[in-house]
Design a protein around this ligand. Sequence first.
Ligand code: NAP
Length: 297
Amino acid sequence: MSIHVGFIGLGIMGAGMARNILQAGFTLTVFNRTAAKCQPLVDAGATAAADARELAGGCDVIVLCLSDTPDVEAVLFGDDGVAAGARSGTVVVDCSTISPIQSQQFARRLKQQGIDMLDAPVSGGSEGAAKGTLSIMVGGEQQAFDRARPVLDAMGKTVTLVGDHGAGQMVKLVNQVLVAVGMLALGEAFIFAQAGGLDLVKTLKAIENGAAGSWTLSNRGPQLIKRDWRPGFMIDLQQKDLRLVLETARSLNVPMLGSGMVSQLYAALQQQGHGGEGNHALVRALEHLSGIEVGAS
Ligand code: NAP
């Protein structure tokens, strides 16, 4: 049986993910709140729907890639939302990073209509979304996972069913602790290198394949050296993830020293109007503290 796929949320991540679904040969219908973002996909062969409800009526698997928990709730359960249009037997694959607890509640609400939901947040940045090499951490039932698997495989290289509803979101938050605290290490290391009079390009080349190598170092290090603050992942969204981490940690009574500190530094950058820049711009907060500017000639 051919799978008709719907995709809602054609932002930095969603645009690349939807394109890979199309290129894998699926019939694709797209919807985006800002309609103009549908056009490149329509030009490539997708159909645009007028709203999420219309999209849902014709699709077997519906992928969402939206900003935050209230956005997913609105798109699923609003008047013109997915639940108003979807048929029983549809699988909703939510690739947004949202609250694990509310994700579980959304799955329960959809199940009452015979709709299966998988929480399927992703990692790998805008580069991974464009190349189809994302890591996708999935929570939900095995039978729904099996039905959505061909679509997940079109978007990601490492697709892992990690547990029941909400477990995918929880694993994603684990990932975000590593990303956020790693970004602090990146900024601190480059300010230290700059102060030591090193050539930052040669420094990066010398260390990126050693024990300190990481996706962040290889992909965001070069941007940091060029002072290119364009977002792969916006500070505002990184802060949303840190908020989810800290709320979840509080409910579990886990102290999160590194995540808490990084969240405060990002808050300072948001206050200064840098929320739309990439999360590697964390170094700018450290520059203010140290008086040392990375990459300056
Ligand atoms: P983005 O570029 O800001 O895209 C957000 C998308 O959600 C846009 O299509 C936006 O529509 C839509 N949206 C937001 N609120 C909505 C609402 N209330 N109703 C309808 N549509 C709404 O963000 P992104 O970077 O693609 O991130 C999307 C998700 O992926 C987030 O949960 C993020 O945490 C996660 N993520 C991002 C990265 C990354 O590196 N960027 C990596 C892993 C995971 P409009 O176009 O109309 O604004």
